[in-house]
Design a protein around this ligand. Structure first.
Ligand code: BGC
Length: 460
């Protein structure tokens, strides 16, 4: 508490906007609530406090740089290892990869997951469920299987892929510029929307219409995307005007999915399908949540830190990834792919349903094949700056960050975790005021077009 007060006072003294300060703090609180350990939480608050101080007081900054907590060599910031994760540098309108950011220096990579493979799995999971439960799925018996769709972020390629995956599997997609249109449609109870079409499904000789009744980007008034509270409100509005027509809920992620499940679908026995396999969503499968997709965050969090470790050690980038390291850590080909031309590692997805959810109950457990401690004499401690774009994002705060915090010990990395507000890039870049203190960087952007606002700081 005292630390928080100090960091708030500093922020106010520096003239940072009250809005940014307030949301940053509430973000930290939330990530603490969702399982961040006290020690790491303190670390997180310390970091923001310290960095806030550094910006206002260059004396402080140089003292800190000189402390034994600083970077271990005198490599220029622009040459330090850099990993982008979760939000791939790309054009938010066209999806085109930002290869300038992805090849910023020879030790730059992206770590994410295979969005198309995962999207196809999610769509198939929903379609299979409808077919297997055809006797009871059409709740009002009108011959139309109606679903609503919660969209995370219309400018995020993972979100776009998931919207397309659902529409493709259910036959509701319409082509636009050579691909399935991923625009939200608002409401479409009469089937007249042009960005989607009615699909059809035939089971046991009977044909059903499949209709996307409504879809919306879940963005709150402050601009945060993938917003769970907005999804909870949306299902409230939709269900009160056409609730009896809703037979299935599909969501681009579990944060929004669980919010809709808790607000309405659980009590009304309507299956909700999400993405991420967060622990709370997996547990909810026992209570009627339809299913989710694991994007193998346990593999992604490992890769995020492992590529930095390898670059810092000056060893082959494949060490402990495709090639076993001396401790025996290695990943098999069925859990990730590396696309060299995209400088990107992609974890592979797995469907989590009533059949297998018992194997996925703890989303923060590190992946066994890469859980062996590295020897500190051969892999000395290094300092890493890492940000989470939105400290209150369910997936990142309840699954990804706890995993990173488990792996940082295994890999002897001393990571400062910076939590953003999910809306303003500067809320995060302001806290990268002193890159010289760090040996490597792991970046999760607010907007996928904004890589240059980070690389500009490293280029200085
Ligand atoms: C996750 C979402 C999350 C988003 C943040 C996605 O990969 O599935 O749950 O909100 O990343 O960028």
């Amino acid at each position: 508490m005292k630390k928080k007060m100090i960091s708030m006072t500093l922020a106010v003294m520096m003239g940072l906007s009250l809005v940014a300060c307030g949301s940053g703090d509430s973000g930290s609180d939330k990530s603490g609530d969702s399982g961040t350990s006290t020690e790491d939480q303190t670390n997180q608050e310390d970091t923001s406090g310290d960095n806030a101080g550094d910006e206002g007081d260059s004396q402080d900054a140089s003292n800190e740089g000189a402390s034994d907590e600083g970077a271990s060599g005198d490599v220029a910031n622009k040459d330090k290892p850099l990993v982008w994760f979760n939000r791939q540098p790309s054009n938010s309108s066209t999806g085109e990869l930002d290869m300038t950011a992805l090849s910023f220096n020879e030790d730059t990579y992206y770590v994410g997951f295979d969005a198309n493979q995962g999207a196809e799995l999610q769509g198939t999971m929903v379609k299979d469920y409808i077919e297997a439960n055809i006797d009871k799925i059409d709740r009002n018996g009108d011959g139309v299987i109606g679903y609503v769709l919660a969209i995370g972020d219309i400018g995020h390629n993972d979100s776009i892929a998931r919207t397309r995956g659902i529409r493709k599997a259910l036959g509701t997609g319409v082509e636009k510029d050579g691909d399935i249109n991923s625009d939200p449609i608002g409401t479409n109870t009469d089937g007249s929307a042009t960005a989607v079409q009615d699909g059809s499904i035939e089971v046991g000789g009977k044909k059903y219409v499949v209709r996307e009744l409504a879809s919306q980007e879940m963005k709150n008034s402050a601009g945060a995307t993938w917003d769970a509270a907005t999804a909870g409100n949306a299902i409230g509005t939709w269900s009160s005007s056409f609730g009896e027509e809703i037979d299935v809920i599909a969501s681009n992620n579990d944060g929004m999915g669980m919010s809709m499940f808790n607000a309405w679908s659980k009590d009304n026995n309507v299956p909700t399908f999400g993405y991420d396999a967060n622990s709370d969503a997996v547990a909810a499968i026992a209570e009627g949540y339809g299913g989710t997709i694991s994007q193998h965050a346990d593999v992604q969090a490992y890769l995020t830190l492992r590529v930095l470790r390898n670059a810092l050690d000056g060893v082959d980038i494949d060490t402990g990834i495709g090639t076993a390291d001396e401790a025996g850590n290695v990943l098999s080909e069925d859990v990730y792919v590396y696309r060299e031309e995209e400088r990107s590692y992609y974890a592979l997805n797995v469907a989590v349903t009533a059949d297998n959810y018992q194997d996925f109950t703890d989303s923060t457990k590190i992946y066994d094949p890469v859980s062996k401690q590295l020897d500190e004499s051969a892999h000395p401690s290094k300092k890493v700056w890492l940000n989470i774009y939105n400290a209150s994002d369910n997936f990142l705060s309840s699954t990804y960050q706890p995993l990173l915090q488990n792996y940082d010990d295994v890999l002897n990395l001393d990571v400062d975790y910076i939590g953003g507000d999910g809306q303003t890039e500067s809320n995060i870049t302001n806290r990268l005021g002193n890159p010289g203190q760090y040996d490597a960087f792991a970046i999760n952007m607010v907007k996928t077009d904004n890589a240059a606002s980070y690389t500009a700081l490293l280029n200085q």
